[in-house]
Design a protein. Sequence first.
Length: 208
Amino acid sequence: MLKIFSRTIVLLVGLGFAGLGLAAGDPAAGKDQSMACAACHGQDGASGLDATYPNLAGQNEKYLLHQLKLIQSGERPILLMTGQLTDKTEQSLADMAAYYASLPAKIGQATGSDEEIAKAQQIYRGGIASKNVAACSACHSPTGVGNAQAGFPRISGQSPEYTIVQLTAYRESRRSSDDHVGGMMRGVAHGLTDGEIAVLADYLQGLN
């Protein structure tokens, strides 16, 4: 069953999010458009006031633009961003995505025990066959940089707090921004326990 699921992932990667109609962005214009974002995400895109806010610096442009459009439309509701993108054109969103993608990503360091890091590494690279949990590296690359062409996000360097919130939301179907890839993240996260999510989150902040 895991092999079938893995083949499905490869097919979705190959599709490269065809049909999303993503515009090309201008990083210089995006810097001006993103001035207000610094209040939560930091001047460098990776030093926000709250560890549950995502690091945006170095995130791939296609993923960022897709998420911005979902947030703007209300399909991905984020209370703190309500109204922040209302007056943004599609080009403005593309420019913002290009700007954050152009910034250098930051990597932290895992703080777990050797046993916890080894467990997380096994899940990340090999999945959990008994629970049909596919390897994270299949979409997010062995180093966690994601797949820019397909629009799969960089997950290395994210704070554990943010990663825990997002994986838990996927597991409990409170986040559905993976509809365009058949609910793939919800399918993977559904098989993860709180403990497995916690060690993965710690491991990812230092993955490079």
